[in-house]
Design a protein around this ligand. Structure first.
Ligand SMILES: [Zn+2]
Length: 165
């Protein structure tokens, strides 16, 4: 039993995250970030690794990801400081990012998180878009089927337009 407990805790301690996108990775910079064929100026902002896998399955997105590690949720005591938002903002401030695509689920927490990030970076020279809301409102994005999700990424709209209705 002691052996089992020890090996479980060593397993947990060995989970590492990519230093750039915070995706789970056993190397410092994950396969996606290290791939020279990916567009490093295009970043898709997602909640967690399941979203990365869902979007990768569509094979429609050629940029990189930024994994927030959750959504802002005052009810659950999750604030911006609990997520990787600061590191995302620093990436935008570096001036190397042309476009951010919000791909959080369209729940109140998702909307709050998008808006918070938007407010931090709206004065920087970066295009901000959001995946089309053709996918059912309130659905977590990992449940959307691949074709619908792939299309909603290709047909993304400027974020500011999504605020008007
Ligand atoms: Zn990465």
């Amino acid at each position: 039993m002691k052996y089992l407990t020890e090996s479980l805790s060593s397993l947990r301690n060995n989970i590492k995250h990519c230093k750039s996108c915070h995706n789970i990775s056993d190397v410092e910079i994950c396969e996606i970030c290290a791939n020279p064929k990916r567009d490093k100026e295009l970043i898709c902002v997602v909640e967690d690794i399941r979203d990365v896998m869902a979007i990768e399955n569509t094979a429609q997105f050629k940029g990189l990801y930024h994994v927030l590690g959750g959504k802002i949720s005052p009810m659950e005591g999750v604030g911006p400081q609990n997520l990787t938002i600061e590191s995302l903002i620093n990436k935008v401030k570096s001036g190397k990012i042309k476009e951010l695509v919000f791909a959080l689920s369209s729940t109140m927490e998702g909307d709050t998180t998008n808006f918070y990030i938007f407010k931090q970076i709206e004065n920087f020279d970066v295009q901000i878009s959001t995946i089309a809301r053709g996918i059912a409102v309130g659905d977590e994005i990992e449940y959307a089927d691949e074709i619908t999700l792939g299309r909603s990424i290709l047909n993304r709209i400027p974020y500011e337009n999504s605020l008007k209705h």
